[in-house]
Every structure is written in C-alpha cells, then in structure tokens.
Design a protein around this ligand. Structure first.
Ligand code: PEP
Ligand code: MN
Length: 471
C-alpha cells in the first residue's frame, strides 16, 4: 500500500468528455481542466487503487453541477462592487465539514449565525453584505505533515472527509475514492437545504427565527444584540408604514458557497464549459480558494485556477513576497477582470504590521482590481498545554483591528472577513465575552482540524467589526 509523499505528477486526463480546443481568451489556448496534471501538485492523496479513482472521477464529471454559472457571475458582480468599497464580504464556516455533521440542525444553525452576523454588519457598516459559507464542499484539507505518529505507530495524516477517515487505523487513513462521491452528495444535500431555507423565508427580516438567538438570552452580548434588533425592527416598521409596502429581504438574499479547491481531480470533474458564455466554470462551488500551501506560481493549483471563470480567493500568508503576489495576479487575472480576485490575508497578530503594508503597495502597483479580506484565524493558531489546538479571541481581535487600521492608513479598503466558526456551542477558541480559558477547551472540543469560534464568539466579532460592541 502506498501513501502520499505530498508531491507527485499525475497522469494525463482520461475522464473528461469533449471540450473545445480553444477558448475565447487567447491566454487560455493552452489551458484545459486537466492541464494542471503536467505540473507538480502539492497536498494530493495517493490512492492505492487507480482504476477505482478513475471510475469515481469519471462518474463525478457526468453528475449534474452543484451551482450554475449565472449565480457565479452574480457573485462576481457583487465582489466587483465590494472592490469599489460598496459592499462587505463575510465568509465563514467550518475549517473542515464532516459527513456526520450534514444534519438539518447543524446546517440551519451555521446558516443562522452567518445571517445574524451579516445583519449586524449591514446595520453597523451601512453596506450590503455578501454572504459566503465555507460550506457544501469544504471536505479536503492540506496538512503540514504527510504522516502522523502516535505511540510509535505512523499512519498517513487525515486529509478531510473527501479523502480518508479521522480514526487512527491503517484502514481509516487509506484514501478511499468512494468518499469523493459521498462528499459530492453531501454537498448537494447541504446546498439543497440552504437554498430551501432561504427561499422559504429563513432570511426574511420578518421571520421570528431570524432574530431569535437562544444563547444570547444568557449572554453578556444580550444588550448590544437586542439594541441592534430593536433598532432594525423600528426602521422596518417606519419604512413599511411610510411606503405602505412590506419589505421582504428574502427576495434579495443570496447565499454563496466556497471551499478550498485542493483535491484537483475532484475540482477538474466539476469544471464545465458553458457554451453561452464560452467560458469554463468550476460548478462545484461559487468561490473556490487557493490555500497557502498550494499557491506556488508554477504549481498545479495555480494552473487549474487560471482557466476557470469563478471569482477566487487566494490565501496570503507571512511568507508571501511582493513578487509572488504580483505573479499570482498576472497569471490568474491577466485581463484585470473586476470581481475575480479576493485576497485573503492571514498574517497573524504578530506579523501583520510588518508583512501586510508591502503587499498592499505591491498589489496596488499592478493596477489589478482585488478585494482584500482578513482571515484572523490561520495566523493565530497555537497549541494549549493540553495539546489541543486553539486560538485566542484577543489575538483574533488584535489582528482584525490592525488589519482595518493598516488598510485605512494606506488608503486601501478592507472589504471583508473570513472566519472559522460554527453555529454550535463549542469550546475550541479561548476568550470572548464569556472568558473561556484553556481549562474549558476539553469540555466541547469537536473540531478534527482547526479550532472554530462558537456562535457567541462569532457574533461578538461581528459586533466589534460593526462598532456596536466594545469590551
Ligand atoms: C484553511 O482555511 O482552513 C487553511 C488551511 O488555511 P491556510 O491555507 O490559510 O493555512
Ligand atoms: Mn483551517
């Protein structure tokens, strides 16, 4: 049995159906959904049974898409408007979704906290908020090591529910291609439920469910949150009375999905040519992103992303140089298309002061339109004495405050935030209004990978960004 060494060359494509030899943009003459296979692909699993993998990928490439190109284009337009400072983007969800968590209650709670955060942000920032879940496909994870050792036993690392299982046996950790199908199905189930909830009025401002937060009743955030709710309902009443028309937010509420497009055979299988626009789209999600570990300029992931027409996130960490980020913009957005690029900086509270300003200048020098958003999670991960991975609320707040200030001082617009969060009452990050400590972590630590903000911490962050809650 073989396991991944982290880097390998993959064979040429055998699974895609017909496609045009040349697409509309001349830069893309040599691009194809499988052209990434001639580059080095980091962070890919090595499957023991190649024939089984090929068969799954072939099936996935025939199944209907999860999203459609006009939704993707609508998101791109909204991101273009956020790039001009007219909107704010909220991206959030689990570090890694699991198949077990594909349950109505958990999905509804996650959607609800994202909607409530966005409501607070709309109110405080006085701008429309674009809502993007790390949802319906966030099933593949990059790992810092290919293997994990416990009590002298070494096995491949867990790479997310699409690849293998978290249990620590050789069988659990062997990459299993059938999980890709399960992941596709669960993405479809999640998205179907989210779409139905939104269509059915879950995000309607008049819907009592929208406002009600069980946990807030006993929370130190209660007063601030109730003030927001009260003020919004007063404004609604006023406008409805003045205009004689009910205001229904649900008709205009959109919710978009995103995930790290890490597993390239899966992403390739979801990539389709749309004759109407003569463009390729990854129809597995609205906004895929490139992670920090797979953003090499000459790597397979960048090659894959350069040919798709989706808006795309690019994680920007402390090791990224000015030349690197400029190279990424030149390769991924050679025509300076508005709405296409979202740069997600994740420097860490300690490094942001030094690392971010030169990158803002370097990007500005290219003239390429980007939306800067801040991920204050991934640069602030640490290990508590218990061995559990955690993040301290004060470091997250500190990175966010620095990010807003640095952009403002440089005349740049920080147009969004990216969080790892859940709608549940977990204890994975310390701090926040309830003052969770390291000793609380074990009580409800559920993440298999990175620690998430719980619902209360997530809402507190939204209030702080909106300027509605200070310590
Ligand atoms: C993530 O978003 O879960 C992640 C792995 O981020 P990064 O690539 O920024 O480390
Ligand atoms: Mn993570």
């Amino acid at each position: 049995m073989q396991f991944s060494t982290g880097i390998r060359l993959l064979r040429t494509d055998r699974v895609l159906g017909s496609c045009p030899a040349m697409t509309r943009t001349p830069d893309l003459i040599h691009w194809h959904p499988s052209s990434w296979q001639s580059r080095q692909a980091q962070q890919q699993a090595t499957y023991p049974d190649q024939a089984a993998l090929d068969s799954v990928v072939s099936e996935l490439s025939r199944l209907p898409p999860l999203v459609v190109s006009w939704e993707i284009e609508a998101l791109k337009e909204q991101i273009a408007s956020a790039q001009r400072g007219e909107r704010f983007l909220l991206q959030g969800g689990d570090c890694a979704e699991t198949f077990e968590d594909c349950e109505s209650d958990k999905i509804a709670k996650k959607l609800k906290i994202l909607l409530q955060m966005s409501l607070v942000l709309v109110y405080g920032l006085k701008k429309p908020v674009i809502r993007v879940g790390r949802m319906a496909g966030q099933y593949a994870k990059p790992r810092s090591a290919d293997t994990e050792t416990r009590d002298g036993v070494t096995l491949p690392s867990y790479r997310g529910a699409n690849v293998n299982r978290p249990g620590f046996t050789a069988e659990d950790r062997t990459p299993d291609p059938s999980l890709l199908l399960r992941g596709y199905e669960r993405s479809a189930l999640t998205l179907n439920f989210v779409r139905s909830l939104i269509d059915g009025g879950f995000a309607d401002l008049h819907h009592p469910e929208y406002w009600d937060l069980d946990f807030v009743r006993h929370s130190p955030l209660k007063d601030s949150y109730e003030k927001v709710v009260h003020s919004i309902s007063e404004s609604l009443d006023f406008f409805e009375a003045a205009s004689g028309q009910p205001i229904h937010e649900s008709t205009t509420t959109r919710f978009y999905t995103s995930h790290e497009a890490l597993h390239l055979l899966l992403e390739q299988s979801q990539t389709r040519f749309i004759p109407r626009s003569q463009r390729w789209y990854n129809l597995g999600t609205h906004m895929p992103w490139i992670g920090m570990r797979t953003a090499a300029l000459d790597g397979a992931h960048v090659e894959f992303f350069r040919g798709i027409s989706n808006p795309m996130g690019i994680k920007v960490g402390p090791s990224m140089s000015a030349e690197w980020v400029q190279g990424l913009l030149a390769t991924l957005n050679p025509n300076n298309e508005p709405g296409r690029i979202v740069l997600i900086h994740r420097m860490g509270a300690k490094d942001i002061e030094k690392r971010l300003p030169p990158l803002i200048q370097a990007v500005r020098a290219t003239g390429s339109p980007v939306l800067w958003i801040c991920d204050p999670m991934h640069g602030n991960t640490e290990t508590a004495t218990s061995g559990l991975k955690t993040r301290r609320f004060e470091n997250i707040v500190s990175e966010l405050e620095s990010a807003f200030r640095i952009h403002r001082e440089l005349g740049s617009w920080l147009g969004g935030v990216h969080f790892e969060l859940t709608g549940e009452d977990v204890t994975e990050c310390t701090g926040g209004a309830r003052g969770l400590t390291d000793a609380d972590l074990a009580r409800a630590y559920k993440s298999q990978v990175d620690p998430r903000l719980n619902h209360e911490q997530a809402l507190e962050l939204a209030m702080r960004i909106a300027g509605l809650h200070s310590k």
